[in-house]
Design a protein. Structure first.
Length: 310
C-alpha cells in the first residue's frame, strides 16, 4: 500500500542551495520504494517534498537518516491534516522553553553548585534515577528563603529564541499549549503566565516556617507526585482528553531523555537541540537557533507564519 509522506528539509542558518536541493531530490529518487510527487518551498531554508512510498514512515526515516548533511534537519512524517492542525503542543521547560537548567540557577543561588554537579554526575552514570536525583538535589535546598529565591530565579530565566512567536502563532491557530517540567512549579507557572500557556505542571517544593526569622523557607522535600518522563506522557494524554483534541494532533517538544515517553505517545515528537540519543528516538528533530522553525515542521510557509503573527 502506498503512504503519502512529507519530507521537510530545514537549513540551520543558510538558504538551501540549488545544488543541495538537486542532490537531495536525487537521493530521494534513488530509494526504489519512493516516488517524488511534488515539492513546495516553505522558506529559503525550508523545503517540503511530497512522496508516495511503499515504505512506512519509520522505515523511510531510517533510509533518509543515511543522507549525510551537517547543517540541515530532515523530518519525515505522514501527510495528514494533523500535520498543520495542531490541537495541543506540550513543551519541556529547561533547555527547551528557556536556555537554562533551573536547578543549576538555584544551585548557584544557594552556592551548592559542586554538590549539585556531583549528583548530576551520579545520575548520568545511572547510579541514581530521576526521582532519586531530584530528592538529593532538593535536600540541598533546605532552609533557603522562598520569596527572595523565587524572585531572583524568575528574573534570570531567559526564554529561548522563537518561543514567544511560536506560542503566539499556535495559540492564534486554536492550539492549546502546556509546559511540563521536571523542575519546579513556581518557575513553570511563571513561564505559563509569561507566555500565556494554558497549563503548567512541575514539581512542588515543600515549605516550612523558619522559627528564627519567621519567614517561609524550603523544607528540602517535594510534595505530591514527581513529574518524570512517565508523568509527562500521562499528563499529555490527559490534557488531549481534557481539551478534546485527537492524540494525532499533539506534539511534545523537549531536549531530554525524560521527554521521550511523552514524545512516544504524542502525534509528533520534536527533539530540540537534544542529545544524540534523544534525537535518534524522537520522530523529528530541530537543531536550529530558533524554536519558531517548528512552524516549518508543521508545514507553514514564511508567508503563512507572517500572516499568523500579524
Ligand atoms: Mg529539558
Amino acid at each position: 500500500m502506498e503512504t503519502k509522506i512529507i519530507v521537510t528539509v530545514i537549513g540551520h542558518c543558510n538558504s538551501l542551495s540549488e545544488d543541495f536541493k538537486e542532490e537531495f531530490v536525487s537521493f530521494l529518487k534513488s530509494i526504489p520504494e519512493v516516488q517524488v510527487e511534488s515539492k513546495i518551498e516553505l522558506a529559503t531554508r525550508a523545503q517540503d517534498y511530497f512522496l508516495d512510498s511503499t515504505l512506512d514512515v519509520a522505515s523511510l526515516r531510517q533510509k533518509v537518516a543515511l543522507f549525510n548533511c551537517q547543517a540541515v534537519d530532515i523530518v519525515v512524517q505522514e501527510n495528514t491534516k494533523f500535520r498543520k492542525q495542531k490541537g495541543l503542543v506540550v513543551f519541556d521547560m529547561d533547555s527547551t522553553l528557556i536556555y537554562q537548567e533551573v536547578i543549576e540557577l538555584i544551585a548557584a543561588y544557594a552556592q551548592v553548585e559542586d554538590l549539585v554537579a556531583e549528583i548530576t554526575e551520579r545520575a548520568m552514570n545511572n547510579e541514581l534515577d530521576f526521582k532519586q536525583s531530584l530528592a538529593e538535589r532538593v535536600k540541598l535546598l533546605k532552609g533557603i528563603k522562598t520569596a527572595t529565591l523565587y524572585d531572583d530565579i524568575k528574573s534570570k530565566l531567559r526564554v529561548t529564541e522563537g518561543v514567544p512567536e511560536l506560542c503566539r502563532g499556535l495559540k492564534k491557530s486554536g492550539c492549546k499549549l502546556a509546559v511540563l517540567s521536571g523542575g519546579f512549579a513556581p518557575f513553570a507557572n511563571h513561564m505559563r503566565d509569561t507566555l500565556e500557556l494554558d497549563y503548567s505542571r512541575a514539581n512542588v517544593l515543600a515549605t516550612e516556617n523558619d522559627p528564627q526569622s519567621g519567614l517561609e523557607v524550603l523544607s528540602g522535600r517535594t510534595v505530591g507526585d514527581i513529574v518524570d518522563g512517565e508523568c509527562k506522557a500521562e499528563t499529555l494524554l490527559a490534557l488531549a482528553k481534557q481539551y478534546d483534541v485527537p492524540v494525532e494532533s499533539t506534539v511534545m517538544v523537549g531536549d531530554g531523555g525524560n521527554d521521550l515517553p511523552a514524545m512516544a505517545v504524542a502525534g509528533l515528537g520534536i527533539a530540540w537541540n537534544a542529545k544524540p540519543k534523544v534525537q535518534k528516538a524522537a520522530s523529528s528533530k530541530l537543531n536550529t537557533k530558533s524554536l519558531r522553525d517548528a512552524f516549518y515542521i508543521f508545514g507553514y510557509t514564511d508567508a503563512e507564519i507572517a500572516e499568523l503573527l500579524v
